[in-house]
Ligand binder design. Structure first.
Ligand code: TRP
Length: 331
């Protein structure tokens, strides 16, 4: 039997190259060796967008198409929509009893998000509790591995605490602890050189961008503001073009040679941008071609059957969970 993997994304906009190196690339490989579930976390996305649900519902389809375009194969991976599995919500409620408020308030990722979002009417309970529902997402599939970014590690720790507590209190072994798989590449910087490529900063290259958009963004990239003439020595650190070459260029030796030449002087920004553009065009052309193969109806069918499969799996765990608590009155 294959081990189970569960990952997910909040649908709050299209996916970009940062998502590709951070997780999607990995999922395309992992699907061959694992039973993989990929969740479009609309319920979680609602916790900080509950007043704008259309922002979420509109991106569900976009994200599914992004997955398919990079090679996530619906025959190997179940792509599903979180809200369509009500058992996750049921499990969340049972888990809520097992977590103290203080523990939730200490979660460093949630703390950061609270600061960023500046909830001025106070923190919605749903938002503070999303790590509990994330624990339900993971454990309802009996997932052994959860490929995520560094910022999600506190969620995995929280999940395992809940698992241990549930199993102890209800004298069962029906829940499994899980492990994070961290991606080797760190965060991808935005084209403006800001710390992170993100939709809200408008500094990301999207998987669905046209060749013209990619070209425009590459030529806009922040380099070294003091590298004015081609023959001037240039800085590689903090230079976005080199960060992207590091992340995407296949030939690492060639990148090192380019860096050396750039540092010494004699290599122009236009030249390195052209090299990067070629690299990104080669990477994304197959994505655009694949995207064209799926109609809206195809995507809907894929999401429907992925959700059905996921729900069956979730139900197996829920039967055990209800039985462990003693909520099995009619069987
Ligand atoms: N919290 C994740 C993010 O913001 C999305 C997510 C929801 C998730 N449920 C999950 C990730 C379960 C991994 C496992 O990107």
């Amino acid at each position: 039997m294959k081990s189970i993997i569960l990952t997910g994304d909040r649908p709050s906009g299209r996916l970009h190259l940062g998502h590709y190196v951070g997780s999607l690339e990995n999922r395309v490989l992992l699907q061959n060796d694992y039973e993989q579930y990929v969740m479009i976390a609309d319920v979680q996305a609602l916790t900080d967008n509950f007043e704008n649900p259309q922002k979420i519902t509109e991106s569900v389809y976009d994200i599914a198409l992004d997955y398919l375009s990079v090679g996530i194969d619906p025959e190997k991976t179940s792509i599903f929509i979180q809200s369509q599995i009500p058992e996750i919500t049921e499990l969340t409620i049972y888990y809520m009893n097992l977590v103290n408020l203080g523990r939730l308030e200490r979660n460093p990722t949630v703390k950061n998000e609270i600061k960023q979002k500046g909830f001025n009417e106070g923190i919605p309970a749903g938002f503070l509790c999303y790590p509990i529902s994330q624990a339900a997402d993971i454990t309802i599939f009996q997932a052994e591995y959860v490929p995520v970014g560094e910022d999600q590690v506190p969620m995995i720790e929280q999940t395992n605490e809940i698992v241990r507590r549930f199993n102890r209190i209800y004298q069962t072994e029906c829940l499994k602890e899980c492990k994070a798989i961290l991606s080797k590449t760190g965060r991808l910087v935005g084209i403006d050189g800001k710390a992170k490529a993100s939709k809200s900063l408008g500094n990301a290259i999207y998987l669905s961008d046209s060749p013209e958009e990619i070209k425009r963004k590459v030529f806009q990239m922040y380099t070294d503001p003091e590298h004015i003439h081609v023959q001037d020595p240039g800085k590689v650190e903090g230079n976005v073009v080199f960060s992207y070459l590091d992340a995407f260029h296949q030939d690492k030796e060639e990148v090192e040679e380019l860096k050396a030449q750039y540092r010494k002087g004699g290599l122009g920004d236009v030249t390195i941008k052209k090299i990067l553009l070629k690299t990104l065009t080669e990477l994304t052309t197959p994505f655009r071609e694949k995207r064209e193969l799926f109609s809206k109806k195809d995507v809907q069918d894929i999401l429907f059957s992925g959700t059905q499969k996921a729900r069956e799996k979730a139900n197996v765990t829920m039967e055990l969970v209800r039985k462990s608590i003693g909520f099995s009155y009619f069987s």
